[in-house]
Design a protein around this ligand. Structure first.
Ligand SMILES: NC(=O)C1=CN([C@@H]2O[C@H](COP(=O)(O)OP(=O)(O)OC[C@H]3O[C@@H](n4cnc5c(N)ncnc54)[C@H](OP(=O)(O)O)[C@@H]3O)[C@@H](O)[C@H]2O)C=CC1
Ligand SMILES: CC(C)(CO)C(=O)C(=O)O
Length: 304
């Protein structure tokens, strides 16, 4: 099978390693020439959750090179940030006839509106519950081991994606029948964890260790479950705290983005819930405060 992973950050590198470990033929698509050279010279390096270090050779190419090739792809995994997706999407549409299946792994809800444009035979959405940290352009640390829940938005007869993902046992791909519900639940997790950890510059576990942070997290939780009209609050709260616990040593992707002076995914995560709340006439004061606090941090760091 021919798997292409677009986006060589924390999640792209994490996935690449575990796919290569299982003997899959993968191509990792990067944006920058420097990263391409680094990966080719150093190999892809990982510190796994069990603290062992590994170095594997991965086939890499730049996005421009990828766009000019017409090799057939069984599975394309999209591992770029939500805000980079519109740019990638515009180009990728031109390669649609060469892609059999496509899996989206973005946090937040913004990418949902793009899904119906995909004409390939299989389209799926996944939610990553692992924690991963990019140390540099060729090194990733698996900081929290959990699962990747995924579900078909549409599928053909072959179910190529299922066949491929079932093999990658170390990442615990778990197929779900209701991808939208999985995405909503994961968005609850990200609304509760990401902005608070970024604002207070703490690892995920601190949200449960510091009762004042837990209180703020609970207020965010109450607003988002009301907007999503989720009724099984106890179960969803357990899901949030369980991921927080499993990724307790992780710095959330939003914390890392702001630390490194990059744009955050606040619009895709909190912004999408605020918009939905507005449409339903639901007040979301804690979400509004978090949105502006993160935007203020971006502004301070020169991200405009
Ligand atoms: N890290 C984590 O623990 C988790 C992350 N997620 C989600 O997974 C998604 C990916 O996150 P993460 O890996 O952390 O993000 P990163 O910022 O580490 O990686 C994103 C990568 O995409 C690359 N990219 C952007 N545009 C292109 C392009 N046109 N062609 C090729 N590559 C491109 C970026 O390149 P460049 O380096 O040049 O900017 C970057 O390397 C996000 O939606 C995130 O919220 C979900 C759960 C956990
Ligand atoms: C699972 C979690 C909360 C891990 O930190 C995440 O999704 C993120 O950092 O974006």
């Amino acid at each position: 099978m021919n798997v292409t992973i677009i986006g060589s950050g924390a999640i792209g590198m994490l996935l690449s390693y575990y796919f290569v470990e299982k003997g899959q033929t993968i191509t990792l698509v990067v944006r920058r020439d420097e990263q391409l050279k680094q990966l080719q010279n150093e190999g892809l390096q990982i510190t796994r959750y069990d603290q062992t270090h590994h170095n594997v050779k991965v086939k890499t190419m730049t996005f421009d090179h990828f766009m000019s090739s017409n090799a057939l792809i069984d599975l394309a995994v999209i591992a770029v940030k939500a805000y980079d997706w519109p740019t990638v999407d515009k180009s990728l549409q031109k390669r649609m006839s060469t892609i059999k299946s496509i899996l989206f792994l973005q946090n937040g809800m913004e990418h949902i509106s793009y899904l119906s444009q995909y004409t390939c035979s299989e389209v799926a959405v996944g939610v990553v519950e692992h924690g991963a940290k990019r140390l540099n352009d060729f090194t990733v640390v698996h900081t929290g081991a959990s699962a990747i829940k995924w579900g078909y938005v549409k599928y053909g007869e072959q179910k190529i994606m299922r066949t491929i993902l079932e093999e990658i046992a170390s990442l615990h791909f778990e197929e779900v029948s209701n991808w939208y519900e999985a995405l909503m639940r994961k968005t609850v997790v990200n609304v509760c964890i990401n902005p608070l950890t970024a604002l207070f510059q703490v690892e995920n576990g601190e949200l449960l260790a510091n009762e004042h942070l837990t209180t703020i997290m609970k207020h965010l939780f109450d607003e988002v479950v009301e907007v999503f009209e989720l009724i099984d609050h106890f179960k969803v709260w357990s899901y949030v705290t369980n991921i927080c616990e499993r990724t307790k040593y992780n710095q959330s992707s939003m914390y890392v983005d702001l630390q490194q002076g990059r744009k955050s995914e606040i619009e895709a995560i909190v912004g999408s819930v605020q918009r939905m709340g507005k449409e339903k006439g639901i007040n979301t004061p804690y979400l509004n405060m978090m949105f502006d606090a993160i935007k203020a941090m971006e502004w301070q760091k020169g991200v405009r």
